[in-house]
Design a protein around this ligand. Structure first.
Ligand SMILES: O=C(O)CCC(=O)C(=O)O
Ligand SMILES: [Fe+2]
Length: 343
């Protein structure tokens, strides 16, 4: 196993020491491994098998009927339709997003009447996935639980008096942007990047930071590829290894990163770190990379005023961030991305 640049923090351990370690990792690296979660190896295996079955047995034209709709916030994303880093070519990956999640009644992919879908299937979940809704709902609940525990520990470390400061803004039945995403990066890249020598075909997801609050990622042994720019003073990329489970029967620790929204909300105390997925030349790689990510967003109408913490206050550069809601913040970031693409 390659060396591990990240801390492994067990959130089932005594809270004050755990909270302090969590904040240190969030400030310094923006990424860490989280252990002490509820996921079993068995259910995570079943989830990855489901993802594998969906991507490899569904005909391409069938997948396209379920194409991602941003208003619905769920569906399929095709190869080369996302480009996280414009200088490196399009991302060679396919994804399926589960969204419109209501954590209290366990529903997901609920069609939004405002979505202007071009095929009726865009309001549906593919049969193969729908048939496994018990597994999906159980996983979504566990993801929600671990995310809210991490956010509670962060309030303790930031000395925010109200330990429900973040979690109160993630009401289980409110409109939120939380998404669970299946990703597949095929081993063999069969699109055509030959025409432009400035593009790098080994990049599978271009360098980016995540927009939301937190991302919680599951990866598989032998399918690494995630790389981070941890060192603020260099352009160096470091690889994230696979870390095996610590507890018998439990799944490996989750790779957790803090997103731009939490960074904004805390005057940059929590770091949102640049990352990418790359299949490096010369690596002995025998399979596709499958990963599963849960993106955590607070409820749409949450106002992102600086959190009430002395640590956050002390980090201020004197300029007050404009008050934005979580939804406005997301729209602003998407607009910035768009403008950057125009320049
Ligand atoms: O697949 C991975 O390891 C990373 C995915 C990712 O960074 C993203 O989807 O934002
Ligand atoms: Fe990401």
């Amino acid at each position: 196993m390659s060396s591990n640049p990240l801390q492994i923090i067990d959130i089932s351990q005594p809270e004050q020491a755990t909270a302090t370690k969590l904040l240190d990792a969030a400030r310094e690296q923006g990424f860490l491994f989280v252990d002490g979660h509820d996921f079993t190896q068995e259910e995570v295996d079943l989830l990855f098998e489901l993802s594998n079955r969906f991507f490899t047995t569904t005909p391409h034209e069938e997948k396209l009927k379920y194409f991602f709709d941003a208003v619905n916030n769920f569906g399929y994303t095709d190869f080369s339709s996302e480009q996280l880093d414009l200088t490196k070519g399009r991302d060679f990956k396919e994804c399926y997003n589960f969204g419109s999640i209501n954590f209290s009644n366990g529903t997901f992919n609920t069609p939004n009447p405002e979505a202007k879908v071009s095929s009726p299937e865009q309001n549906e979940t593919p049969e193969l996935l729908k048939n496994q809704s018990d597994l999906i709902v159980s996983i979504l609940h566990k993801y929600h639980r671990v995310a809210t525990e991490i956010l509670r520990l962060i309030t303790i470390a930031l000395e925010i008096e109200d330990h429900s400061f973040f979690t109160a803004k993630m009401k289980p039945n409110q409109k939120n942007g939380c998404v669970m995403r299946f990703l597949r990066y095929p081993l063999i890249r069969d699109d055509d990047l030959q025409g432009d020598s400035t593009l790098d075909p080994t990049i599978r997801a271009g360098a980016h930071t995540d927009y939301g609050a937190l991302a919680l990622l599951m990866q598989r042994n032998g399918q690494q590829g995630l790389e981070l720019q941890i060192d603020k003073t260099s352009e160096e990329w470091v690889k994230v290894p696979f870390v095996p489970p610590k507890y018998q029967g439990k799944a490996p620790p989750l790779v957790v990163n803090f997103g731009d929204m939490l960074s904004y909300w805390t005057n940059g105390v929590l770091r949102s770190t640049n990352h990418r997925v790359k299949f490096s030349p010369g690596e002995t790689r025998t399979s596709d990379r499958y990963s599963i990510v849960f993106f955590v967003h607070p409820d749409a109408n949450t106002t992102l005023d600086a959190v009430p913490s002395k640590i956050v206050e002390d980090a201020s550069d004197g300029n007050t961030n404009p008050t934005l809601t979580a939804l406005q913040y997301l729209q602003k970031r998407l607009k910035e991305t768009y403008e950057w693409q125009q320049s």
